[in-house]
Write a protein that binds this ligand. Structure first.
Ligand code: NAP
Length: 313
């Protein structure tokens, strides 16, 4: 079977191998024929940290080739999205049934592949922030993979959304997502107060955002592309009295990943959520897509597609 393995001597640290063992699904796992997968920031780090024959791939969508032996989960032939621990950048992969959702025909494999990591992170971060109906929400890193979902889901929840973007040229993208207001600096008086902040960047922006928060507001901190953040108690004393900062990790809880994926897929099917796929390429070009991701060149997600023949046995 073909699939990507890490290899320090290959471009982007990744090589397409053709000698991988066929997956052997456990009784509560089905065999997925992968038709599309997405790439994530953390996978760039993991490829560097696990350079020898490690198999990446957490976001996948495709067709169930063999249903789970215990009779649970989607039937053979179903179209599904799956949230994996790894090994998804391959023709076939075993998927625990509780980490998958069946797709409506209105959801493409490309759209579905964007949902697991980025979609669940935005969904769960927003939930952790509490009810946002009618409240002001700030999304930092708004045009990235997670940020595009955070903006759209906050809007769908009835929030007034301010999008922070790192470059003026990204303003139009944030407006296209529906943000009410787009800003390129957080270091100004009176931008908030924000009841909730979804922070995918960190660095100096985190303290700047805290200073713009409402009393008892919540900042969900899930990314650190901008480097370490330094917070002072005084950052809370202007107006962010008794605000919370949550060090957020989205894979928890595990048991409801499929349920959350199904919720996101239903929003896509109904036209309430429109995943932005800034780059779609044939899967052999995964190293190029990783390059583009590391350079911050992608609006939304990068998705790689497999030909029909590749994923079936
Ligand atoms: N905790 C978790 O469970 C979890 C889950 C998923 C992802 N993450 C992390 O969340 C972060 C974002 O992930 P992603 O998939 O959305 O990444 P992404 O697709 O690369 O998007 C990140 C966005 O952040 C902005 N940005 C990047 N570097 C910046 C900088 N130095 N200063 C200011 N803005 C910057 C850019 O958007 P603008 O131009 O619009 O500002 C960029 O599009 C990553 O660190 C990722 O590892 C964490």
């Amino acid at each position: 079977m073909r699939g990507f393995v890490t290899d320090p001597n290959s471009r982007a640290g990744l090589r397409l191998a053709d000698d991988l063992p066929e997956p052997e699904p456990a009784p509560n796992e089905f065999l997925l024929g992968v038709r599309a997968f997405a790439i994530n920031h953390d996978e760039l780090n993991l490829i560097r940290r696990r350079p020898k024959r490690w198999r990446p791939g957490q976001d996948a969508a495709g067709i169930v080739l063999h249903a789970a032996a215990d009779g649970s989960g989607p039937p053979t032939g179903a179209r599904v999205a799956a949230y994996l621990d790894g090994q998804g950048w391959a023709e076939r992969v075993a998927v625990p049934v509780h980490r998958a959702a069946v797709l409506d025909d209105r959801v493409s494999f490309e759209q579905a592949a964007t949902l697991p990591i980025a979609g669940l992170t935005a969904l769960r971060a927003l939930r952790a922030a509490g009810a946002v109906l009618g409240r002001h929400v700030l999304v930092i890193g708004a045009t990235g993979g997670v940020g595009q979902f955070a903006v759209q889901l906050a809007l769908a929840s009835g929030a007034h959304v301010t999008a922070y973007v790192s470059r003026p040229e990204n303003r139009a993208k944030a407006l296209e997502l529906g943000a009410h207001r787009v800003i390129t600096s957080l270091d100004e008086q009176g931008l908030g107060p924000f009841y909730a902040v979804l922070d995918g960047v960190g660095g100096p922006l985190t303290a700047q955002a805290v200073r713009q928060m409402a009393p008892r507001g919540t900042l969900i901190w899930y990314g650190n592309l901008g480097g370490p953040a330094e917070l002072r108690l005084a950052d809370f004393y202007g107006q962010a009295w008794n605000a919370h900062v949550v060090g957020f990790i989205s894979p928890d809880p595990d048991e409801t990943k499929g349920e959350d994926l199904a919720m996101l897929a239903a929003l896509v099917a109904n036209g309430q959520l429109a995943p932005r796929v800034g780059l779609t390429q044939e899967w052999k070009q995964t190293p190029d897509a990783l390059d583009a991701l590391s350079k911050g060149k992608i609006f939304g997600k990068a998705v790689l597609t497999l030909p029909v023949k590749a994923s079936t046995r």
